[in-house]
Design a protein around this ligand. Structure first.
Ligand code: HDD
Length: 702
């Protein structure tokens, strides 16, 4: 037997003109394992010992057993075995991006927090956008709330605003959080479903928790099916307090509004996206950042006094309630731009540790009992997740301003404080570091009343805002909510849970209850449960719609052009240019990834192969085919699905003569959203929006 030594270090030739994916990644992340001058450093162990062979373990003979002596093998495998840390119990799946926050209007009158008073000052941020229920490896596009956590590295310490893309929450008191999460996560005896609310334990808990009804309306809306993480709103949810230099406090709610406008997908589209691209949202963000299309949000506040709060027909300390914009208008005070992909996913997106208790002087908490519980939970979870009270030393968590105290030691301590003094007060070290008058002060609030495990009476109204939300939606959005409820409840195996839920809907809106009951095949409407407080009439709030907040734009959107051999290159070029000029990205899709031979004999490379690049990945499509190409594609299921889905998902479709043949063979109709590919203006106008009027012709909504 020869002692041939295999090494994997042979130089590979790179095909001319090809750019390996990892080079793109380097461009985004900027991480290069090179030292100055282009020299590669030597491969070493963690102790700095140079490695001469990273391909073979140490063996007693070429075919013999591995030796325990092989400390190099043991170090490598041991490190690998310990690579994973516990994933977050909720919000495990996420996309994180660096950026900055810039203040555009000062709140000096209300707060001493420098980040909210210095107009024009840019503060670095790290923003992590997540789903809630699924594990770290779950799909990006379940029906789920999106977490929206922003760490502002301010000059006065880190401020974490840990919000969601929905302004209300399921429960009023933190003591119910473990129950809620146990109900929504995969069922413990079977380990499924992963990242889905459509199962018995979730709806069982919800049906017995009337306070969740308002949030249920939101999660059944298309808000939980975002087109892109760049197109979601986000909210701080709770009321917080701002405190000014005179110690006066004002209540505040925080809002993020996407520059690209709100946009969601349609349920059938979402389901298919999940199959076509598990990383749809993460990839979309990565591509946008790499292309320099940096997502941006406006930062806005609702400010209100205690007197105003006392006049609201709900309790603002109850996280199941929102303050309609019509009651307290939003004041835009800044913007956030995300412009830098992390160098390393684990080091940053995974290890970042947000805590709602991370505030800066001038920002304080309200008495919202959900928020009060959160102030404990997040620090606690970081200790088990990151394994040490020194998690603030991990670069993504470390403040970018100086910080000093006498906390010492602990697992993975990276700092090396010098000197013999680790206590305060002291005279041996000039009593340094010292307390500062500019440090954090809690709002001076007088509390009175009886101690007890009590739910405030002002929290008893569970249906009025749920009704207001439903009645504020367009007819299309109402239909989607009804369909979502039918879908979710039809996955519930226990009929009594379905009935109790329909009973709750009777309090929200009778027509909704009837639609859902019909969709579930209930012959009679169940009784509505006794409501703890009468349902109030509240004026509809159009600001709660998605459709009303969509922007007619192609900025940040994607267009797919389906071609085949014989397609007309001039038409393709014209459509592509018009879409790019309008701000969209464009992909050419062909039966083979090598591309297609156009009518003029030239080859056009494809960005995606037909079967792997369905129309669900685009906001609008063009189908440019020769008669021969149309005939060939009419035999391809993927091509038939391409146009059927584009039509069914209410997208604009540009067609030439061959495209029309494919549509006909796929039994796809014609309407105002199906336009002549030669009329690029008509296509661009139609592509900027969804064809809502088409919906009634493509599906029966509950
Ligand atoms: Fe929470 C994570 C948002 C209620 C306990 N939560 C977490 C994240 C977001 C939110 C965005 C992910 C942060 C990240 O990206 O790392 N949570 C909310 C919102 C809530 C809320 C908007 C209500 C308004 N959460 C809530 C309650 C509790 C928790 C009531 C417990 C009493 N949340 C946690 C946690 C997590 C978490 C278990 C898991 C991972 C982590 O904290 O860092 O502690």
């Amino acid at each position: 037997m020869s002692k041939a030594k295999t090494t994997g270090t042979g130089k590979r030739k790179q095909a001319k003109g090809s750019t390996p994916a990892r080079d793109t990644h380097r461009a985004v992340g900027g991480e290069l394992h090179q030292v100055a001058g282009g020299e590669h450093p030597a491969l070493t162990t963690n102790q700095g010992l140079g490695l001469s062979d990273n391909q073979n373990s140490l063996k007693a003979n070429p075919r013999g057993p591995a030796l325990l002596e092989d400390f190099i093998l043991r170090e490598k495998i041991t490190h690998f075995d310990h690579e994973r840390i516990p994933e977050r119990i909720v919000h495990a799946r996420a996309t994180g991006v660096h950026g900055f926050f810039e203040l555009t209007a000062s709140l000096k009158q209300y707060t001493s927090a420098r980040i909210l008073t210095e107009v024009g000052e840019k503060t670095p941020v790290f923003t992590r956008i997540s789903t809630v229920a699924g594990g770290a490896g779950s799909v990006d596009t379940p029906r789920d709330i999106r977490g929206f956590a922003v760490k502002f590295y301010t000059k006065e310490g880190n401020w974490d605003l840990v919000g969601n893309n929905i302004p209300v929450f399921f429960i009023q008191d933190a003591i119910k959080f473990p129950d809620l999460i146990h109900a929504v996560k995969m069922e413990p005896d079977r380990g499924f479903p992963q990242s889905a609310t459509a199962h018995d334990t979730f709806w069982d808990f919800i049906s017995l928790t009337p306070e969740s009804m308002h949030t249920v309306m939101w999660i059944m809306s298309d808000r939980t099916l975002p087109r892109s993480l760049r197109m979601i709103e986000a909210f701080g949810v709770h009321s917080f307090r701002l405190i000014n230099a005179a110690g006066e406090s004002t209540f505040v709610k925080f809002h993020w509004r996407p520059k690209l406008g709100l946009q969601s997908t349609i349920w059938d589209e979402t389901v298919k996206i999940s199959g076509a691209d598990q990383d749809f949202h993460r990839r979309d963000m990565f591509d946008a950042i790499a292309a320099g299309n940096f997502p941006e949000w406006e930062f806005a506040v609702q400010l209100f006094t205690q007197e105003q709060a006392d006049s609201f027909p709900f309790d603002h300390l109850d996280a199941t309630k929102l303050i309609p914009e019509e009651l307290v208008p939003l004041k835009v005070i800044g913007r956030m731009v995300l412009d830098r992909w992390p160098n390393n996913f684990f080091a940053e997106t995974e290890q970042v540790a947000y805590c709602p208790s991370h505030v800066v002087p001038g920002i304080d908490f309200s008495n919202d009992p959900l928020l009060q519980g959160r102030l404990f939970s997040y620090l606690d979870t970081q200790l088990s997740r990151l394994g040490s009270p020194n998690f603030h030393q991990i670069p993504v968590n470390a403040p970018k301003c100086p910080f000093a105290n006498h906390q010492r030691d602990g697992h993975m301590q990276m700092a090396q404080p010098a000197g013999r003094v680790a206590y305060e007060p002291n005279s041996l070290s000039d009593n340094s570091p010292r307390e500062t008058p500019n440090g954090f002060h809690s709002a001076a609030i007088t509390e009175t009343g009886e101690k007890g495990r009590i739910r405030a009476e002002s929290f008893a109204d569970h249906y009025s805002q749920a009704r207001q939300f439903y009645l504020s939606q367009t007819a299309y959005e109402q239909a989607h909510i009804a369909s979502a409820l039918v879908f979710e409840l039809s996955k519930v195996e226990h009929p009594h849970i379905r009935e109790v839920m329909v009973g709750h809907l009777l309090h929200i809106e009778k027509d909704l209850a009837k639609r859902v009951a019909a969709g579930l095949g209930l012959d009679t409407l169940p009784d509505a449960p006794v409501a703890a407080a009468p349902v109030k009439k509240m004026a509809p709030s159009p600001a709660l719609q998605i459709i009303g907040k969509m922007k007619a734009t192609l900025a940040g959107r994607a267009i797919g052009i389906l071609i085949a051999d014989g397609s007309d290159g001039a038409v393709i070029k014209k459509i592509k240019k018009a879409a790019i000029d309008a701000g969209a990205s464009v992909k050419i899709i062909a039966p083979t990834v090598g591309g297609a031979k156009l009518a003029d004999g030239t080859m056009l490379a494809a960005d995606g192969q037909l079967a792997g690049t369905p129309s669900v990945l685009f906001d609008a499509v063009a189908v440019i085919l020769s008669d021969k190409g149309a005939k060939a594609l009419s035999m391809e299921g993927a091509a038939i699905d391409f146009v059927r889905d584009a039509f069914g998902h209410l997208k604009a479709i540009a067609i030439d003569q061959g495209g029309q043949v494919l549509l006909k063979n796929a039994n796809v109709g014609q309407d105002a959203g199906v336009v002549d590919a030669n009329d690029k203006n008509a296509f661009i106008a139609a592509a900027k929006t969804r064809q809502w009027d088409r919906e009634k012709s493509v599906r029966t909504l509950a």
